[in-house]
Design a protein around this ligand. Structure first.
Ligand SMILES: C[S@@+](CC[C@H](N)C(=O)[O-])C[C@H]1O[C@@H](n2cnc3c(N)ncnc32)[C@H](O)[C@@H]1O
Length: 905
């Protein structure tokens, strides 16, 4: 269940008559517990409470329904109960059906409210459903509730009006929903004359059978599109005439309204009765945009950029500077005035703005600074000088673009109420400005200079042809006249292989033709366009997939950006992207700032730590722009690593265990014809696989066994039909192309390893196992190499320099091993590292038969194995640094420094 579904379920529960006996089970059911779990609790089998009639679910909640007036006492009893601790309850809850109290035992946060209102606190309980919430979700019950209700209405309307769901009518449907949202907000915030005016009018004027609901709404919309002086001629019905003139693009154009069924009418009235004053335009906008996307509706926007992450972009980009200037200005009226004037000329531009959450947050934060200036200048009566139209965006999806406009309008009104008072806010609000400063279109095909011109204040008005026709750049004067533009956002990430034909075409328009750009992530084009756009004091910062500062992106993308005169002005090193636990897709992101103006310090943020840097290179290291180039042998004199043996066999030299056993039972002497074989998958999952491995001396024996002989024929056929290399092997179909083997053992390196793993799992295998080309090998490699490969230093190096395959690191000996910086090792160092390597192997063995995949699961790595790796890191890092490195940034800095020095020689 997602948060929206849970909210709906508990709201329904609170509306039903209170049933003391059923409440605990109904509560757990609303949080997604399965019927079998509930029935085991009911039967007492899994109810571990030590309090009569209470219910205790292991590792979750201890709750009790109590007699009237005893809620507090009961909560104390639950808290002091030994079973609460023993059974690791995270929450306690007591209710008598009137009052409701609960405590989160981990944080100590409590909830006390009437029983009816407990759904308002549903975010508090979301961990019960396995959703580890960020604060925003738990604190924004309203936004989730409103989204859930609107979602239902949207689906119902599409059901009743299938034509409105068709591609060409979707924009009408989206526009209609945006109008509704505006009306719900307006009727609860005195923008309409009379509280609840919109919903009440529909309720009163439309027939209960819903037959004329659309006509009533249509008339109200018509009123909002008719200037007061034109009202008489428009012949509006009296009940519609009381609505103000709103227009501003929102109510212009057709007022056609989809038909309503009885259910849709009821949903509409339900949504209208929510208290829309409480809407958070940033959060709500992000959630509601998913309503219009068929494939995203289920998740309801739960993966939008959270406010803390938005601030990680906006603060270092420009808000920190504004706040610092405010601090410096103190009470000096002149300096404060200059700052206010400067802010009025700042433009914030998000070229993939979704529902406008970055723009809304930037606007709100700037209004807060402006309000403080006005307070210090004793001018709190002044209205804002920050034009909303300075917050510009481009968005591909029509509904999101609609919502972004609306979200900004709502944010402006809320700020006006907060800083200027309700009366002033109302006086300023209507009619809405007809300008459109959010363009619906493809940012990679539009000219950003036209959408957000560096001079002047014109904004583009939406036009259908914007989608494909680039606007004329030449007409735009490039001087910025002292104003500043900050480009920000979280543009889409999409690996080369996942891009649609249209997106590939977008990439080609930005980068030109060339094979080297084929694997660039889609977001690269946004960086490239930003680097072209920036001038003067302008800056840019995007949330990005971390892969654009790793592997092949570095040599392909970054030199182009640096050539344009842009440099990395700040960065947040990669962190895991997650808004809720249900959506922890293992995506790592970073935040990158670009600028051209050299003034100011450069910062690398690593979690909460901030470090000043002399220069930030494309790997996000404080170091030179050196790019790590593939090498054919280790430049630090390490042992030779090669790829395992490629078979070129069409699969015919591999056989299953059962087949091998059958042959060996018939022909015991055939035992010499088979070898165990491993690539990455077999190594990870402990799978036993065999191959036919025939030395020339045994060829006659092999050919005498019909099964094997037939396999050779198939290999030969396959090779004859395949490419040039395979054809050269037709004469020896009994053998792989390569036949490398170890004398004593193999050190095996997986070709792909999950990025989330703390370490690269390296194998130390018997020499008679044949490694395939799906792994890399150090034949008879030393345990010292095993130790180096198994270290955190190596893992950090890999993550930075290697290519990617999905969420996996693609290991390549040329780029990962042959470049890996290692200091000269003394005999003592080698002995120490050998011991560490042995300890890692012993620690693994203690868990036999656990597979490598099990042992290296990031969250579940056994303690002894983690400890053995940490010991290995400790010993190795002392060799590099004389102490442990403080963090990965420091590790990388050291490695890059060594690499740069070595390659300079
Ligand atoms: C990762 S979302 C970020 C949106 C918003 N800031 C948020 O946090 O929800 C990226 C947005 O870019 C939009 N988008 C994708 N390709 C685009 C393009 N070529 N031009 C403009 N917008 C695009 C998507 O529709 C989506 O709304």
């Amino acid at each position: 269940m997602n948060a929206v579904e849970i909210e709906e379920a508990i709201s329904k529960l609170a509306e039903q008559p209170f049933d003391p006996a059923q409440f605990p089970y109904a509560f757990l059911e609303a949080f997604g517990n399965k019927a079998t779990t509930i029935s085991r609790l009911r039967s007492g089998n899994s109810n571990n409470t030590d309090i009569e009639s209470a219910v205790l679910q292991y590792n979750n909640i201890h709750m009790a329904v109590c007699p009237a007036g005893e809620v507090l006492k009961t909560l104390e009893k639950l808290k002091n109960s030994p079973a609460t601790v023993r059974q690791k309850a995270k929450f306690i809850l007591a209710t008598d059906g009137e009052d409701f109290q609960a405590e989160d035992l981990t944080s100590g946060v409590t909830v006390a409210c009437t029983y009816r209102d407990f759904p308002d606190h549903f975010g508090f309980f979301l961990p019960l459903a396995g959703i580890s919430t960020v604060k925003q979700i738990s604190e924004n019950a309203f936004d989730i509730r409103a989204t859930g209700r609107l979602n239902k209405l949207y689906i119902e309307l599409l059901k009743d009006n299938p034509d409105w769901g068709a591609e060409e009518r979707r924009p009408d449907m989206n526009h209609f929903m945006a109008r509704l949202i505006f009306c719900f907000f307006a009727e609860d915030t005195d923008i309409f004359n009379g509280s609840g005016l919109f919903t009440t009018t529909i309720e009163q004027m439309s027939a209960k059978d819903s037959s004329n609901t659309h006509e009533v709404i249509s008339e109200i919309f018509r009123a909002m599109n008719t200037k007061i002086e034109d009202r008489e001629a428009a012949k509006l019905p009296r009940w519609a005439d009381i609505f103000p003139y709103v227009n501003g693009g929102l109510f212009s154009g057709s007022t056609e309204t989809p038909g309503f069924s009885k259910i849709a009418r009821t949903y509409l009235l339900h949504v209208g009765k929510l208290d829309w004053k409480r809407i958070n335009p940033d959060i709500f906008g992000s959630m509601i945009q998913a309503v219009a996307e068929d494939e995203e509706r289920g998740a309801l926007g739960m993966h939008y950029t959270s406010v803390p992450n938005i601030l990680k972009v906006l603060n270092p980009l420009f808000l920190d500077d504004l706040r610092a200037k405010l601090e410096e200005a103190g009470d000096n009226p002149r300096t404060l005035l200059n700052l206010r004037k400067r802010m009025a000329r700042i433009r914030v531009f998000d070229p993939a703005c979704g529902s406008g959450n970055f723009l809304v947050i930037a606007y709100k934060e700037m209004r807060a600074i402006e309000a403080e200036i006005n307070r210090r200048r004793h001018e709190t009566h002044l209205s804002s000088e920050i034009p909303l139209t300075n917050f510009r965006g481009i968005e591909l999806r029509n509904f999101s673009a609609e919502i972004a406009r609306l979200a900004l309008i709502i944010a402006e009104y809320q700020c006006d109420v907060l800083y200027c008072g309700q009366k002033e806010a109302l006086a300023q609000f209507l009619p809405l400005d007809a300008q459109n400063w959010i363009t619906c279109g493809n940012a990679l095909r539009l000219d950003w200079l036209s959408i957000c011109p560096p001079t002047g204040t014109d904004v583009k008005v939406i036009a259908d042809d914007l989608f494909n026709i680039p606007l004329d750049q030449a007409q735009i004067d490039f001087e910025n006249e002292g104003g500043e533009t900050y480009i920000c956002g979280n543009p889409p990430y999409l690996g080369g292989k996942k891009q649609s034909l249209e997106q590939k075409d977008d990439m080609e328009r930005v980068f030109g033709r060339g094979n080297q750009f084929k694997n660039l992530d889609y977001i690269s084009a946004f960086f490239q366009k930003a680097a072209i756009y920036l001038c003067g004091l302008d800056k840019c910062a995007f949330v990005s997939t971390s892969s654009i500062n790793q592997g092949t992106h570095v040599p392909t993308l970054w030199p182009r950006i640096f050539e344009l005169g842009a440099f990395i002005s700040f960065c947040h090193t990669p962190f895991k992207w997650a808004n809720n636990a249900a959506n922890n897709a293992g995506v790592f992101v970073n935040i990158l700032g670009l600028a051209k103006d050299k003034k100011g310090s450069l910062y690398i943020f690593d979690g909460e730590r901030r470090k000043e840097a002399a220069h930030i290179n494309a790997y996000l290291i404080d170091g030179s722009n050196k790019i790590v180039e593939p090498a054919s042998a280790s430049i630090f004199g390490l042992e030779k690593m090669i790829t395992g043996n490629a078979p070129y066999d069409g699969g015919h030299l591999f056989i299953e265990t059962a087949e091998r056993e059958k042959i060996v039972s018939e022909y015991p002497e055939a035992v010499v014809l088979f070898r165990r074989v491993t690539g990455t998958a077999e190594f990870n999952d402990g799978k036993v696989r065999w191959c036919i491995w025939v030395d020339d001396i045994n060829l006659e024996l092999a050919n005498s066994i019909p099964f094997i002989h037939q396999r050779f024929r198939r290999v030969a056929d396959n090779r004859s039909a395949a490419g040039d290399v395979a054809k050269t092997l037709v004469d020896r179909p009994h053998q792989f192309r390569y036949r490398h083997t170890g004398r004593t053992h193999l050190v095996l390196v997986p070709q792909i390893s999950a990025e989330m793993r703390p370490y690269l799992p390296v194998g130390y295998l018997e020499a008679n196992i044949i490694p395939t080309h799906l792994a890399h090998v150090l034949y008879d490699g030393s345990l010292v190499s095993f130790s180096l490969l198994s270290s955190k230093l190596h893992q950090v190096w890999l993550k930075t320099v290697s290519g990617r395959l999905g969420n996996g690191i693609r290991y390549s000996s040329n780029i990962c091993w042959n470049t890996f910086p290692v200091p000269p090792l003394t005999e003592k160092n080698k002995n120490d590292l050998t011991h560490c390597a042995e300890d890692i192997l012993l620690a693994r063995e203690a868990h036999f038969p656990a597979t490598i995949a099990n042992l290296y699961e990031p969250e579940n790595m056994p303690e002894n194995l983690r400890h053995a790796h940490e010991r290995n890191d400790e010993v190795l890092e002392r060799i590099y640094m004389g102490r442990r490195f403080k963090n990965d940034t420091e590790r990388l800095e050291k490695l890059f420094d060594m690499y740069t020095k070595m390659t300079a020689k």
